[in-house]
Design a protein around this ligand. Structure first.
Ligand code: N01
Length: 549
């Protein structure tokens, strides 16, 4: 079949070489990479177009808190030369425009079925292929299936009674309308003060007649200090892109932020303070790059947290509000650190009201607004910025059935297990990009996507060169990877906060840190080592009959 033939044929079966689920940055690159290998590729995407999380998250103030030159593809010198970022931290509009530019430039859309969901993906061991059935009634068959479903793609409503009763406008950050929303003259409520809520609050607080922030857990947020990029800087960047991408591949965050090996207490107190002041002035995630042990040394972490709490106290004029905004009870950086633009200053505006629902809990959503224990707040618009069923949610949202009829839900009932975050024992020829137990939430997702897709492409090339039909990790290799993931997690302060990072935000979800905390550079080394050690880490189809592939 032609590698461009991806027409939707209802009720039909279609055989291709590779199925790619998702048209975010990982899925787009996978589609391109496998097409360039001469494979027939079909992509399936629930959204109406490319962009993944940036297609859906059109809420006011949406912006990436990784630097735009970092958060972009490095695989094509042409693309990085042709595209010019306008800001240090790009807006959702600009990132989505970039995704569209890449899709046009590489002619990717023709491979995709948009507005289409996979409802099941079933492995046929006799035929050695995956059968993915979509909600359009089509069944796609392919020996290889790539799950580029995204770590943050299944939105989560708050567990509050009465959501359906609300008669005003209910908006979800992660499914924002494509038409403009006006807040002028409106009383607006926001539930959620993570990265998403913070971006909404600092923007809508300057537009609505009244803004009520229903805060259960305050986040630590640091100044983003975003700015326009000067043409000279952009030109310099473009000259050095190849070296920069190489540096990113060898960096713990998969970005350009400099890493340090300096422990917090290696400096005298005055220099520590100076370093923190400088990090505050520089903005972005420079704090995390200032000291090596902020996520392993509780005392160091406490001192940095105190420093940020002091800053909150200096900015927010009402001492009661300032106190309520100061995060306590969990280590700084153990929740995903947020970057903001005058977030704390927003609470100095007379129309912005903080409702501390930790001390005055939400009882229900009513027809008119929100009732907390102390009374009802009437609202015209209510916004949920309440996060995601992250990391595993998208892979468990439909039936994935592996060898011997075993489902992924069954395999992961006590927590997600995988080898390298890419492959799963019992699920041959199934690959995830940015999957659970990889470095997904802690490093640049585009760098991870490129790495994972290249690793998968190398594996498939090796299999073809050696006449191998199927591959899956050995139980021992998966177990060893999981032990490493858990042992790194045990040393980190991250497990001390109740966040989506540990699955704490979803009722009934197995708790635990399903992320590789060793840094992207180390992850890359370990993936390369696994690829060298193929015959002991993976079972290939012929390996089951004879000794090794
Ligand atoms: O979600 P979250 P998010 N009553 O889970 C609150 C990425 N991202 O969408 O902590 C009251 O962090 C909940 O409170 P609590 C980034 O990786 C990146 O903001 O459960 N509140 C919390 O405050 C980020 O980490 C960018 O007490 C309720 C909030 O909802 C990830 O996405 C921008 C509640 C959820 O926070 C997720 O961030 C945006 C209830 N019943 C997002 N239920 C970039 O800039 C939930 N909450 C790249």
């Amino acid at each position: 079949m032609s590698n461009t033939d991806t027409r939707k044929t209802e009720g039909s079966r279609r055989r291709v070489d590779v199925i790619v689920v998702g048209a975010g940055f990982a899925g787009m690159y996978a589609t391109y990479r496998f097409r360039e290998m001469g494979k027939s590729v079909v992509g399936v995407e629930a959204a109406g177009d490319v962009g993944g999380v940036w297609y859906w998250n059109r809420y006011p103030g949406a912006r990436c808190d990784l630097m735009s030159v970092d958060y972009s593809y490095g695989f094509s010198e042409e693309i990085q030369q042709e595209w010019t970022w306008s800001e240090q931290f790009a807006s959702q509009e600009e990132i989505l425009a970039y995704a569209n530019f890449v899709a046009d430039r590489l002619d990717l859309r023709k491979h995709y079925n948009f507005n289409t969901r996979v409802v099941s993906a079933v492995w046929d061991d006799a035929a050695r292929l995956w059968r993915a059935t979509t909600d359009s009634g089509e069944t796609l068959e392919a020996p290889f299936c790539i799950m580029s479903t995204g770590p943050l793609s299944i939105p989560k409503d708050p567990d509050i009674a009465g959501i359906d009763r609300f008669k005003g406008q209910l908006l979800r950050a992660q499914k924002w309308p494509h038409t403009p929303v006006s807040f002028e003259g409106k009383r607006v409520g926001v539930i959620g003060t993570g990265s998403t809520g913070i971006q909404i609050i600092q923007t809508v607080g300057r537009q609505a007649v009244e803004l009520f922030v229903f805060q259960r857990t305050p986040s630590f947020t640091l100044p983003m200090r975003n700015h326009k990029l000067e043409p000279d800087y952009v030109a310099e960047m473009k000259r050095h892109y190849p070296a920069m991408r190489e540096a990113m591949r060898n960096n713990p965050t998969g970005g350009t932020r400099p890493a340090t090996s300096r422990p917090y207490f290696s400096l005298p107190p005055s220099q520590r303070l100076q370093a923190m002041e400088q990090a505050w002035i520089n903005g972005g995630h420079t704090f995390l790059g200032s000291f090596a042990d902020l996520l392993t040394n509780q005392e160091a972490n406490d001192q940095v947290a105190d420093f940020v709490r002091e800053k909150i106290g200096e900015i927010v004029k009402d001492p009661k509000v300032a106190e309520a905004l100061k995060p306590r009870g969990y280590p700084i950086f153990a929740r995903r650190p947020c970057l903001d633009t005058e977030y704390y200053e927003t609470y100095n505006l007379p129309n912005v009201h903080l409702v501390d629902v930790a001390s005055d809990p939400i009882v229900e959503i009513t027809e008119k607004g929100i009732r907390t224990q102390s009374g009802e707040t009437e609202l015209d618009i209510l916004i949920f910025a309440t996060g995601y069923d992250a990391l595993t949610g998208a892979l468990l949202a439909f039936d994935v059935v592996g060898r011997n009829g075993r489902t992924l839900k069954e395999k992961w009932k006590s927590g997600a297990r995988s080898h390298l975050g890419i492959m799963i024992e019992g699920f041959p020829n199934l690959f995830a990009t940015g999957g659970p137990n990889g470095p997904a939430a802690l490093a640049n997702l585009i760098t991870i996507a490129e790495h994972d897709v290249d690793w998968i492409a190398d594996m498939i090339t090796y299999m073809e060169a050696n006449g191998l039909a199927t591959v899956e990790p050995t139980p021992e290799a998966e177990e060893a990877w999981m032990k490493l993931v858990v042992s790194l997690a045990e040393r980190s302060l991250i497990r001390k906060a109740n966040t989506w990072w540990v699955g704490a935000n979803v009722k009934g979800k197995p708790q635990g840190l399903t992320m590789f905390l060793g840094g992207f550079h180390k992850y890359r080394e370990l993936c390369a080592a696994a690829a060298q050690d193929r015959s002991s880490q993976f079972v290939f189809d012929r390996a089951r009959e004879s000794a090794a592939a």
